[in-house]
Design a binder for this molecule. Structure first.
Ligand SMILES: [Zn+2]
Length: 392
């Protein structure tokens, strides 16, 4: 089995290297925005969209027009165009909004797919056009480095080394198969009755964040006080992101360790983020802030959990199976002694399930998790054929 793994370290750049990092990230942003502007214009003129290869062919011209681009590794500029291509694909496949222009100071990053060297023994990395740079070595890097992504966060620079290595496919320690449902009140609920509440430390951060945002509002923009509060907000955002990350990893570790097969609903990204967006025609400052907040906390969480479960179950020799989400929340589960009735009336509230025919009742997330497990079994039986159905 090929195992892909990313290792992240904090960089310790010298003053000159720091300037290089900013310049590289800035140039990649410039190329990304230039290509996006070009394609937007072509779209308005009803001309055909330029793909990755066609855009790459324009790079030599752009380098002649803008000399600073020649000081940046060409590979990194191409990767920026690849990112744009991916953003377009995600948009066309309805997984994301239309690509946006990148702003200075927002998620500065660039990727180098080759021409770099990782010397983990000495905790240093060599990037093209930059030379050796130190990083805080916090763990060993296993496997062959395939690419590196460099990014800035709250004034610090980090490097993520993506590696590949061949490992034996393990046999999962457990034979358990569960259905998993995610919700607003409970983060997830399993068909065996276990559940995980939403991340509590995160809730404690929210009033603090709201307070900081209120304090920032009356301040004069770009004044030193305004900048101070803004830095505080950025720091808190970072802390929230870290708490959320730990919480997600703990959750996915626990589930993938205890269960060999996990069934989940196959959800679309679009459906999940709609509720937090508010009205587009009247965005307003508060809505914008609030939606940014909701997105950071709620958005993506189920998807990130799913993404982690997918590779973590596989690492342990298990498997994640998505099942179609039809009727999982409104079916009266036969496996719990119910009658099998499918009705929207069965779902009384967000939290409560009560069958209108046989009276079976319970926590709505738990009932859904049970139904997801049943749907998973059904689709597995189809995959394995009639012999599997007989033996089970
Ligand atoms: Zn029933």
């Amino acid at each position: 089995m090929l195992r892909l793994q990313a290792y992240q370290f904090e960089l310790r750049p010298s003053g000159e290297q720091l300037r290089n990092l900013r310049q590289f990230a800035g140039s990649c942003r410039f190329v990304y925005n230039k290509a996006l502007a070009l394609n937007t214009e072509r779209y308005n003129q009803k001309e055909k969209h330029l793909g990755y290869a066609r855009l790459c062919a324009l790079l030599p011209n752009w380098k002649r027009e803008h000399h600073f681009l020649s000081e940046v590794p060409a590979q990194a500029l191409q990767q920026a165009l690849k990112n744009l291509e991916r953003a377009y694909t995600n948009f066309f496949q309805k997984r994301a909004d239309f690509p946006k222009f990148k702003k200075k100071g927002q998620r500065e990053s660039f990727r180098v797919p080759q021409g770099f060297e990782v010397d983990n023994g000495n905790g240093r990395i060599k990037l093209p056009k930059m030379g050796w740079m130190r990083y805080r070595k916090s763990q060993e890097v296993l496997g062959e480095p395939k690419n590196v992504t460099i990014r800035e966060s709250c004034g610090k620079w980090f490097i993520a080394v993506q590696t590949e290595r061949e490992v034996d496919t393990p046999l999962h320690e457990s034979t358990s198969m569960v259905g998993l449902d995610w919700g607003i009140v409970r983060f997830y609920t399993l068909s065996n009755g276990e559940h995980q509440e939403q991340c509590q430390p995160l809730k404690k951060c929210l009033p603090k964040l709201a307070k900081l945002q209120r304090r920032m509002a009356p301040k004069k923009k770009f004044s030193s006080n305004w900048k101070k509060v803004k830095a505080g907000i950025a720091k808190l955002h970072q802390r929230i992101a870290n708490i959320r990350k730990d919480f997600l990893h703990q959750s996915s570790n626990e589930i993938s360790k205890n269960h060999a097969v996990v069934f989940v609903e196959d959800l679309q990204v679009k459906n999940m983020s709609k509720s937090s967006k508010g009205r587009k025609d009247q965005p307003g400052k508060q809505v914008a802030q609030k939606s940014g907040l909701n997105r950071a906390i709620l958005d993506g969480s189920p998807f990130e959990l799913r993404r982690q479960l997918e590779y973590k179950t596989e690492w342990r020799g298990g498997r994640l199976y998505p099942v179609p989400p039809q009727n999982t929340s409104r079916t009266c589960p036969v496996s719990l002694g119910g009658c099998g009735l499918v009705s929207a009336d069965n779902r009384k509230t967000q939290a409560k399930f009560a069958c209108v025919q046989c009276g079976l009742s319970g926590n709505a997330d738990f009932i859904s998790a049970v139904n997801i497990r049943e749907a998973g079994f059904a689709s597995l039986a189809c995959l394995l054929g009639p012999s599997a159905r007989e033996s089970s």
